[in-house]
Design a binder for this molecule. Structure first.
Ligand code: ATP
Ligand code: MG
Ligand code: MG
Ligand code: MG
Length: 477
């Protein structure tokens, strides 16, 4: 089943059950506490909080999402993308657990011929929040899931919040058992690779405050009404329904991966390192395309930095695959526009702008790599001449600070030369630089009579790497 069909089916199912289909909001969150939209509920947050009256009691959407905290998982796990689409049904003070749970079950298990996804019942496992007897009862008695396939989990896993102040509540998650070739038995508690989480149903009930981690944030009180927020991962559903191993091999993403393999003359499935690079390229090109389409431009802060990091990681992985000085982003972006165009027709019209932005970033990063590589080579030579085996923290810092070399690039290139890097020294210098910037910013806040200092702050701040982007994002459980 194609990705676009999965989206259509989901929306049709909920439309038939009284939900208003709402188009995806932009990835650029209107919510000032977020940089990018990490979950389908974000555009509806004011409705849950009772700050705005929803024009409908029930809604369904396919929301574009970006989750930067998952970036290091990309290509290594089978299930984490930086851009993905969340299919969701929502109730704003209308139905609660006793309808949400049977809805989810019905859609997943109803036959394909009948408009469902046709999952065999005995492949499905569910988790509930540890004290949510009501949800456990509904799964067991109303829906008929055997007790041994209902697992209970604590705050970190089964109590959902955005990671920032807002609505929150206990959740119940649905997992698909991919079989023993994917890992240990024993349900999602035992192995989240074998048991693939496909759908989270959140019972929005409370409002959380700021601070605290996943498990210890303050609860400010009850929401004005009990509501439902669900999120089903379109790419994970596609992986199951298309019978592929991971979300990078589904209809849309695989075409980008395949083209990257072709351009770099690499064979997918031969070498794990190259495979990871191909998956990263495919994922990141797709994400970069969607971000630029929503108006994000590469930069050194905030969203711009997220985009820059994603594009640079794609380019670097292409080089690891042997692209050398070749510029392949244009071709890969064209494939991304093409495959994503079915669900987002506006991409086709935006293609020239998307290409322009991504090509410019590629040219500039390749320039960075070119000058930086000369400096890097000199540092390697000097290290080897001294019969040392470690590149100094100073050298790594200079490469980062002056030539924009990400540390992981320095690490990788050093390892290709049989060298290590004094990472601790590098991190110490980074921290010193950050502390200086913080002190400058504090001086600015308390008001400094000597205004010439502002120029210096700006100059320094421009160089400081933005670090806040993955602290401000949806908490994942
Ligand atoms: P995981 O535990 O696998 O990281 P999660 O619990 O963080 O997932 P939720 O916050 O519950 O995910 O999001 C709802 C749904 O969105 C998930 O059930 C999954 O299908 C999908 N999803 C979440 N993160 C990703 C991702 N990085 N890539 C693709 N799909 C995702
Ligand atoms: Mg997660
Ligand atoms: Mg999870
Ligand atoms: Mg979850």
């Amino acid at each position: 089943m194609e990705s676009a069909e999965i989206a259509r089916r989901f929306l049709r199912f909920f439309e038939e059950r009284g939900h208003t289909v709402v188009p995806s909001a932009s990835l650029i969150a209107e919510d000032p506490t977020l940089l990018l939209v990490p979950a389908g509920m974000v555009p509806f947050k004011p409705y849950f909080l009772g700050q705005r009256t929803p024009p409908y009691k029930r809604a369904a959407s396919v929301q574009k999402c970006v989750r930067t905290p998952d970036i290091d998982e990309v290509g290594k796990t089978t299930r984490h993308a930086t851009f993905f689409q969340m299919l969701g049904n929502f109730s704003f003070g209308d139905y609660f657990k006793d309808d949400a749970i049977p809805f989810a079950w019905e859609l997943l298990t109803r036959s394909e011929a009948d408009g469902g996804f046709g999952f065999p019942e005995d492949r499905l496992w569910v988790t509930v929040y540890h004290d949510d007897d009501e949800a456990a009862e509904l799964w067991n008695k109303k829906v008929g899931v055997p007790a041994e396939r209902i697992q209970r989990r604590g705050m970190a896993d089964n109590f959902w919040s955005m990671g920032v102040p807002g609505p929150c509540g206990p959740c119940t998650e649905i997992y698909y058992d991919r079989g023993p070739e994917y890992g240990r038995e024993g349900g999602p508690i035992a192995d989240e690779n074998r048991y693939l989480e496909v759908w989270n149903n959140v019972f929005m009930q409370f409002e959380r405050g700021a601070g605290g981690g996943k498990e210890d944030f303050p609860i400010l009180g009850d929401l004005p009404a009990k509501s439902v927020d669900t999120g089903m991962g379109l790419e994970r559903m596609a992986a199951i329904l298309q019978g592929v191993d991971n979300i990078y091999e589904i209809d849309t993403t695989y075409k980008i991966l395949d083209r990257a393999a072709e351009l770099t003359k690499t064979r997918y499935g031969r070498d794990e390192r190259a495979d990871i690079s191909l998956r990263v390229v495919a994922d990141h090109v797709r994400t970069g395309t969607m971000l630029v389409a929503d108006g994000v431009l590469p930069g050194n802060e905030g969203r711009g930095y997220v985009l820059r990091r994603i594009l640079r990681r794609s380019i670097r992985n292409l080089r690891l695959l042997g692209s050398g000085e070749e510029r392949y982003m244009h071709e890969l972006t064209a494939v991304a526009v093409d495959v994503m165009g079915e669900l987002y027709p506006e991409l086709k019209a935006d293609a020239p702008q998307i290409h322009g932005v991504i090509d410019a970033e590629e040219a500039s990063f390749l320039g960075t790599l070119r000058t930086g590589t000369a400096i890097f080579d000199a540092a390697v030579e000097e290290t080897k001449r001294k019969s040392a085996t470690v590149l100094s923290g100073d050298q790594a810092f200079q490469l980062h600070d002056t030539y924009g070399f990400p540390i992981d690039l320095t690490l990788e290139m050093a390892s290709e030369q049989g060298l290590k890097v004094d990472e601790e020294g590098f991190r110490r210098l980074m921290k010193e630089q950050r502390d200086r910037a913080k002190a400058d910013a504090a001086a600015k806040k308390t008001g400094n009579a000597d205004i010439s200092v502002f120029g210096q702050i700006l100059e320094k701040a421009g160089k400081v790497e933005f670090l806040g982007y993955d602290q401000v994002s949806a908490e994942s459980e």
